[in-house]
Design a protein around this ligand. Structure first.
Ligand SMILES: [Zn+2]
Ligand SMILES: [Zn+2]
Length: 279
C-alpha cells in the first residue's frame, strides 16, 4: 500500500514563503493498492495536482471517498481533470453527511451561479454508493470507517492490505464528543496497531483554550491516540491556515520529545503536500 498526501492544510488553501515546507493545499490523500488500484480520499485543493498525475498515467478506474462535506475537503472537485474524460469510471462510497447524499454534495459544488458549469459537464461514468460504509473492498484494499467527532459529522477510514494498516482521522476532536461522534477509546480501538496513523493535529494547547468544541484536536491529544493505539508512525495533519512552517516544526519537535519521554518508538512527523509513505 502506498499513501501519498496531496494536501495537508486545514480550512482554506494558503500560499506564501512561510508555507513552503508543508504546503498550502487542503486535504487530499491517495491510497494505492499493491496492484495499483487508486482510492482518493477527499477533494480539497490538493486533488487538482493528483488529477493531473492520474491523467498522465492514464488511470481509468478511480474510487473516491469523502471524510465529510466541509468546503476545504470538497472544493477541488471541479478541478479534478479525470471527471471530464468519458473513458473514466469514478465510484463514490460514503455516508450521507448532515443528511445529504454524496451526489447532492457534488451537485452543490458544481452549481451556477457559484460555479459556471454543473454536473452535466462531467463526462466520466459516475457511480454513487450512498448506503453507509460498513466495509468495502477496492481490489485488495479492505476499508473500514468510523464516525468522526466533528460538527456535521463525517467518517474516518482504516485501510488494510497484506497485513498492513493505515488509519486516516482528520477533522476529529478527541477531547469533545460532537453529536453522533465516538469517544477516545473507540478511536484508539479503531486505530489499534496501525502501521501509519494520520490524525488531525491542528491546535496547540494554547490555541485550544479558545478553540475547544470547534471540531479539531491538539497535537498532544492526537499523540495520545497514537500512543494508545501503539501506532508505528504518526503524522500530524490539518495544519492551521495561520501556522507557518516554523511552528509546525516546533509541534513535531514537541511530539518527538513527549514520545521519547514516554519510551514510545512511534515516529512523529507532519504531513506535507508531497509526503509519500509505503507500507
Ligand atoms: Zn477540514
Ligand atoms: Zn471539517
Amino acid at each position: 500500500m502506498k499513501i501519498t498526501c496531496w494536501g495537508a492544510r486545514g480550512s482554506i488553501p494558503v500560499s506564501g514563503p512561510e508555507y513552503l515546507k508543508y504546503g498550502g493545499d487542503t486535504t487530499c490523500l491517495e491510497v494505492r493498492s499493491s496492484a495499483g488500484d487508486v482510492v482518493v480520499v477527499d477533494c480539497g485543493s490538493g486533488v487538482r495536482r493528483l488529477g493531473n498525475r492520474l491523467v498522465e498515467e492514464h488511470v481509468r478506474d478511480i474510487t473516491v471517498l469523502f471524510t465529510h462535506s466541509h468546503w476545504d475537503h470538497i472544493l477541488g472537485f471541479p478541478f479534478f481533470k479525470p471527471i471530464y474524460n468519458a473513458e473514466n469510471r469514478i465510484t463514490f462510497h460514503g455516508c450521507p453527511f448532515a443528511q445529504r447524499s454524496i451526489r447532492t454534495v457534488i451537485e452543490k459544488i458544481m452549481e451556477p451561479p457559484q460555479f459556471p458549469i454543473n454536473l452535466g459537464a462531467i463526462r466520466a461514468e459516475l457511480a454513487f454508493n450512498d448506503p453507509c460504509l460498513e466495509g468495502v473492498s477496492v481490489g485488495s484494499l479492505k476499508i473500514k470507517s468510523i464516525v468522526l467527532s466533528h460538527p456535521n459529522q463525517g467518517l474516518g477510514y482504516r485501510f488494510e492490505e497484506d497485513g498492513k494498516a493505515f488509519v486516516f482521522l482528520t477533522d476529529n476532536e478527541l477531547d469533545f464528543q460532537h453529536p453522533g461522534g465516538c469517544r477516545f477509546r473507540d478511536y484508539a480501538d479503531f486505530s489499534a496497531g496501525a502501521d501509519f496513523l494520520i490524525h488531525d493535529a491542528e491546535f496547540t494547547e494554547a490555541d485550544y483554550k479558545r478553540t475547544r468544541a470547534w471540531g479539531h484536536s491538539t497535537f498532544g491529544q492526537a499523540l495520545e491516540l497514537a500512543l494508545a493505539a501503539k501506532a508505528r508512525r504518526f503524522g500530524l495533519f490539518h495544519h492551521n491556515q495561520d501556522r507557518p512552517d516554523s511552528e509546525v516544526d516546533a509541534m513535531v519537535e514537541d511530539c518527538r520529545r513527549i514520545a521519547a519521554a514516554r519510551h514510545s518508538p512511534v515516529e512523529c512527523f507532519a504531513l506535507t503536500q508531497e509526503t509519500v509513505v509505503e507500507l
